[in-house]
Design a protein around this ligand. Structure first.
Ligand code: GXQ
Length: 288
């Protein structure tokens, strides 16, 4: 992928044709890592006020002070919607943040993890130990493979599948298309749930509408939720969910107090509230 983002006078600006004419800038103190892997350019910055920041092909993947919002919601909304999730698949998210959150659920017996780029895992383990600690869980089995191919090889196996993908430009492109969602459905057990990185309804109306359409075609229950994340474009990002059984808009299990105490964003109120959409977004999804 061509890189558009740049650093001018110590300010990193996240420039991308997916959000033309608008960019988030973050002041950089130091470049801690910068290298091209087989798949993408990987940069790790020490920022002035936002901790460390992981950037792939010029696109912000996470910053330390707000990663909890994205990782908690993308993991716990589908996990608490399922009455008894035991076998989990996580696709993408080489930083380990989703693994850390899924691992908090005692009912989980196995977590398969598929990431295309081994280098991202290495960088996270070296520079982001509070996120990459997800890899320390003995229930995690790491597969370095293309997510699309891996999913298509699994049948009737998982209770919950979480897709923590990058944007649909670059290595993550296939993860936004119909065949991948067919693969997700086939990889699920009868009561299974999927949750995928759902982009931003303010910025990519067509992309988001298309994800919702595909999911509605394939799953009996579909819902769209969103998270506030200051360092993603527009300050928000969606979760696109599909279910073969359980309802999605309310937790189907109670959160134990000692679990809730570890979290900073997710709770049962925000689970339900995150599905309440602005009028223009409701309209976008009407009739599809
Ligand atoms: C963190 N574990 C991985 N995945 C983060 N751009 C994403 C990477 C890029 C991104 C969103 C999530 C947002 C584009 C605007 N919707």
């Amino acid at each position: 992928m061509k890189k558009y983002s740049k650093i001018v006078d110590g300010w990193f600006s996240e420039i991308c044709p997916m959000w033309p004419g608008v960019a988030l800038s973050i002041k950089i103190e130091k470049v801690l890592y910068s290298k091209k892997s087989k798949f993408q350019q990987i940069d790790l910055f020490q920022t002035s006020n936002f901790g460390k920041m992981l950037v792939l092909d010029g696109i912000i993947q996470l910053t330390e002070p707000d990663e909890f919002a994205y990782h908690e919601m993308l993991a716990h909304v589908p996990m608490f919607s399922h009455p008894d999730p035991e076998n989990i698949l996580v696709v993408g998210g080489g930083d380990g943040g989703i693994l850390r959150e899924v691992g908090r659920h005692d009912c989980v017996k196995n977590i398969d993890f598929c990431e295309i780029d081994e280098e991202v895992i290495k960088v996270a383990k070296e520079f982001l130990p509070n996120i990459a600690c997800g890899f320390d869980d003995p229930r995690v089995n790491v597969h370095i493979e293309d997510g699309n191919a891996f999913v298509h090889a699994q049948k009737n196996k998982y209770d919950v599948i979480i897709v923590d993908s990058s944007d649909p430009i670059g290595p993550g492109e296939a993860l936004f298309e119909h065949p991948f969602y067919e693969g997700l459905k086939a990889a699920l057990k009868p009561n299974g749930i999927i949750a995928t990185q759902g982009e931003s309804f303010f910025l990519h109306k067509e992309c988001v509408t298309n994800l919702v359409k595909i999911t509605k075609e394939l799953f009996s229950v579909q819902a769209y939720s969103y998270i506030l994340v200051p360092t993603y474009p527009g300050g928000h990002i969606g979760i696109n969910l599909g279910s073969l059984g359980p309802e999605l808009k309310k937790p189907n299990r109670k959160i134990p107090d000692n679990f809730q105490n570890q979290l900073k964003y997710y709770n049962s109120d925000i689970h339900a509230a995150s599905f309440v959409l602005p009028q223009f977004t409701k309209k976008m999804f009407q009739g599809i």
